[in-house]
Design a protein around this ligand. Sequence first.
Ligand SMILES: Cc1cc2nc3c(=O)[nH]c(=O)nc-3n(C[C@H](O)[C@H](O)[C@H](O)COP(=O)(O)OP(=O)(O)OC[C@H]3O[C@@H](n4cnc5c(N)ncnc54)[C@H](O)[C@@H]3O)c2cc1C
Length: 424
Amino acid sequence: MSSESYWLDTAPAFGLGQAGPVEGQVDVAIVGGGFTGLSAARALAMKGARVAVFEAGRVIGEASGRNGGQCNTGVAQDYAALSAKLGPAQARAFYQAYEHAVASVDDIVRSEAIECNYQRNGKLKLAAKPEHFAGLATTYELIRREVDADVELLSAADVRDEVDSDQFHGGLLQRNGVQMHVGRFGVGLADAAARKGALIYENAAVSQWQANAGGYQVHTARGTVQAGQLLLASGASQVGDLNWYRRRMAPVGSFIVVTEVLPKEVLAKLLPAQRSYVTSRIIGNYFRVTPDNRLLFGGRARFAMSSPRSDAKSGEILRAALAQMFPQLAKVRIDYCWGGLVDMTADRLPRAGQHNGIYHSMGYSGHGVQMSVHMGRVMADVMDGNTAANPWHELDWPAIPGHFGKPWFLPLVGAYYRLQDHLH
Ligand SMILES: Cc1cc2nc3c(=O)[nH]c(=O)nc-3n(C[C@H](O)[C@H](O)[C@H](O)COP(=O)(O)OP(=O)(O)OC[C@H]3O[C@@H](n4cnc5c(N)ncnc54)[C@H](O)[C@@H]3O)c2cc1C
């Protein structure tokens, strides 16, 4: 069994990185070579800016190359709850931001001709308990009325035709969701940014920066550069001078297993529509079929950080959950098991804008494949003076009380969510 991400293991290598030291002057320095940083670099280069991306490891080596490969419309949290909290107009705007985000991915895939098994198969949210179906029905009514006429409510019997498992009590189908090979997409995005003139430095962790008359002096593991503007596309990384941001997000481990290649007949019976699937529990699961006919099955198996030991333990929990949901797959071999960090904000909405003159976009809360790509483009406009382009610009961002940079409270949050799943 490999502990590498399936996506990274089956993607081509990125070969257009910069050799030699980091030096000289650029208009924009970007910290982080995930989807946010690469998409921003591409968009800024298209505007004619001299832009450099500094990536601590390899491009898309973290969340962008380690996720579930689901690129869905709709908000991460329950729409009815969001609408009750923020009001219909704001909830609608945030919902639509995710539609715009999927459209951004679509546009980049097409205009850069990225071969990434891009398919609009939709997302099906599965009710894990009868009472969850009632919740999905309320959400369905509201979404249909307020923001998206293209959703569908599926009964338990309809869902049995979609998913060959007896565990579900109905579902909510959002037809515009997309899935893709995120490794191939990410390398295609990095290639596109480099071809448009962005300088991409791998193994170039940014340790610190100092403001000066010309902008920022940015110190990396491969040298120092002078940049007019600075964009943090790093997430709540433990590398570098990011404590202000760390205190505002909880990085939670999310884990994935991928099976051996399954016979086409087995998959045709198991998941005939090959959508992206998520279950309705708080500590739930997500799954989809890979381009080469494996089942990818993930979840927030444990409230812990990702590490080789943590990933392996989580892999066992996921294997058991997979066997419970699909007893017919209890004996399949698991070929990949890995983990990654999801940066959760307190309200599960992203944060983007400026703090002390430095730009940032992060905190996608597990719903960031589409939004990170989109926000890269949006931040290029924001850094060009168009603040209103940023759908999140009016959100404040207080520190999480008691969070001083290391998320000591994760086991408590996990215990609380497990209790909620048990009770509701
Ligand atoms: C297991 C898992 C499953 C997920 N599943 C889904 C899904 O199915 N659908 C969905 O929509 N979202 C999903 N997500 C979330 C999604 O992957 C992320 O929101 C998105 O990829 C974030 O992109 P990013 O570029 O902002 O961050 P990242 O991809 O994490 O990139 C940040 C980069 O910054 C670099 N970096 C950090 N600090 C420094 C520094 N000081 N100097 C230089 N470089 C630095 C890191 O090495 C990293 O490469 C999942 C995430 C995980 C972990």
